[in-house]
Ligand binder design. Sequence first.
Ligand code: NAD
Length: 369
Amino acid sequence: MRMLRFADEFGPEKIIEVHNPKVGLMGVVVIDSTALGVGKGGIRMTPTVNTEEVFRLARAMTWKNALAELPFGGAKSGIIADVKSMSLEQKRKIVTEFGKALKPVCPSQYVAAPDVYTGEEEMRWFVEGNGSLKSTTGKPHDLGGIPHELGSTGFGVAHAARVACEHLSMDVSNVTVSIEGFGNVGSFAAKFLSEWGAKIIAVSDSKGCAYSKDGLVFDKLSEVKHRTGSVINYSGGEVLSHDSIFEIPVDVIIPAALPDVINKDNVSKVNARIIVEGANIPITLGAEDVLDRECTLVVPDFVANSGGVISSYVEYEYGYEPKKAFEMIEQKIKKNVKIVLDRADEMCVKPRNAALEIAKERVRSAMKQ
Ligand code: NAD
């Protein structure tokens, strides 16, 4: 038996490798924990994905789902594939075959979703191979899916920011915000925070950063991003480099694009009261410790960006019910961010450690039962 150096008291419960040379499929599913329910997590298709990476992502889902109090465990899949160099037909065959090969565990122990380089069409193919509509969420609307484009994750991130402001006795309608990334998560976070009166003073994308100390108008930003492909073409603001977004003095920063963007090289230049992690792992652990010492409140990724998986739960349970999904996201994120920030204060630890403790308590107690 192969010893797994990353195994511990929580999991993983199962690692299933799937090979089918006929269609070029090499994939893996890691079901980390089913203590709270079927393992839930997306399918990542990259040339470099490996079992350890999939395990780490599956473990992150175990904590995210536990913290959101969803009846889901944690899991994740990876398919080794260079999707940019393959035809759509090749990709379809691989994903369909993956869905078929996973029938023994999916949807009984694992439910899939989109992740890097997979989206709603891939979920359609997965269902075609698997045969069950319950085998995945993030499906197209005609299969009962709740589309990503409705902005569930950004909506949850905006609520997390609002609760963090309240925690520091700040009024969201009075704060300044900068947002790294104007894709799905960043643009919807900007939309909702603008609607609540927050002043969005800087927004970046891969081309650079648009900045105005008087505030950027969300509708104008959105229009210019759609029309020209970048926020830097916003008229009436300054254009800065995308890295400088973290150095602008502001009340709230929302990193919503890349990993490790706040790190040892730039953490000393960060000048914000609150950071809400919209992206996954945007701050290195070392930089997070520095921010904690300097009393910058960091709402961790698996607490702040769980809107997507909460929407997945609604799809899994009820089908296309976006109103229900948004109500549940608001209720759960408000409650859980508050619990985490209060617990962090009580224990004098950073919010990430408080959140992990709560998630572990919930999983342990389910394991006992
Ligand atoms: P997306 O592809 O829709 O948007 C990414 C944005 O980042 C784009 O606007 C892109 O221009 C921008 N970007 C790329 N390089 C940049 C740079 N150097 N500086 C500034 N911006 C840059 O992606 P998304 O779905 O919004 O996901 C963003 C992050 O949130 C990822 O870390 C993802 O894992 C995480 N996340 C997403 C969801 C979801 O439901 N979409 C859920 C949980 C976590």
